[in-house]
Design a binder for this molecule. Sequence first.
Ligand code: CAA
Ligand code: NDP
Length: 290
Amino acid sequence: MIKTIGIIGAGQMGCGIAHVSAAAGYKVQLYDIAADRIEAGLATINGNLARQVSSGKMSDEDRKRALALIKGSVDINDLSQADLVIEAVTEDETVKRKIYGQVCPVMKPDALLATNTSSLSITRLASATDRPERFMGIHFMNPVPVMKLVELVRGIATDEETFRAAKEFVAHLDKTVTVAEDFPAFIVNRILLPMINEAIYTLYEGVGTVDAIDTAMKLGANHPMGPLQLADFIGLDTCLSIMQVLHDGLADSKYRPCPLLVKYVEAGWLGRKSGRGFYDYRGDVPVPTR
Ligand SMILES: CC(=O)CC(=O)SCCNC(=O)CCNC(=O)[C@H](O)C(C)(C)COP(=O)(O)OP(=O)(O)OC[C@H]1O[C@@H](n2cnc3c(N)ncnc32)[C@H](O)[C@@H]1OP(=O)(O)O
Ligand SMILES: NC(=O)C1=CN([C@@H]2O[C@H](COP(=O)(O)OP(=O)(O)OC[C@H]3O[C@@H](n4cnc5c(N)ncnc54)[C@H](OP(=O)(O)O)[C@@H]3O)[C@@H](O)[C@H]2O)C=CC1
């Protein structure tokens, strides 16, 4: 029976997962290496819960109850009571493997471990844990409190009991499950990221400006955000990592990351989270950088 959720990484996804888990009544232990990340993360969660209160989706009592269920920590030993640990650190296989080496000895032997990876092989990540049969992908979408979908991905060793528990957990969050096989970037990102990468090529080749490309896709294809705005929202480092996984994993040149995406990441222009990407967010309104 899952009662306590451990979350590794207090970035945008870790905080979103903490938010929806606590709102559904789970106890949440949110871990990050940096204390300021935890502090900022808890403030973001509170802000997003407050938005749900002001739009009438949640009572203020429930906001307070949810917030009280979340404990932040920079000590990995605090994950020892979790029944399910969800890893949501940077999309980098080396970083994730290192974390599994640290968290597995701390976890209860029968606890489940999941990754929120956007693209990496679940089977390969599982091999860096002491519990491949109790390891799988639980892939939330951003922003977690709003998006209804969660992709579930089994590795070669994931057992049925783990899959069933993950499905029940997601249903309890009032989200819809889709099952994807363990192929690079699964379903959503296999389709979405090449579209975003193509939008960046469209910018790189001078076919349109940032504003023209985003307006075209918002008004011409009814997308809620333009592809460059969405890239900034996801994080350009994450977008690049996903394209690299697609390119390496499927060995097809159609997945070649756009050199302009590489350049933005090399500049540290990672999108909304770093204050600048295809838009500059440092003023009152976002301003296109091209
Ligand atoms: C990379 C991966 O591995 C996979 C992925 O996640 S790919 C990315 C998938 N996500 C998308 O494609 C998102 C596309 N964008 C959208 O759907 C919409 O623009 C959006 C839902 C994000 C915002 O919608 P909007 O109508 O412009 O904004 P707005 O009216 O201000 O907000 C609608 C609701 O979203 C919530 N919201 C908006 N941004 C939010 C955020 N960053 N965090 C939490 N909640 C947020 C608001 O609280 C609001 O709910 P309330 O009415 O209860 O307050
Ligand atoms: N962004 C998106 O739209 C989506 C992302 N994902 C996936 O979710 C995961 C997280 O992405 P996202 O939240 O956007 O990324 P962020 O960059 O917002 O957050 C990552 C967090 O992990 C922390 N971190 C890095 N290394 C460690 C470590 N060794 N121990 C503990 N914490 C660590 C980072 O801290 P610091 O900054 O100090 O390094 C940061 O707080 C990735 O796997 C990504 O692919 C899945 C769905 C959607």
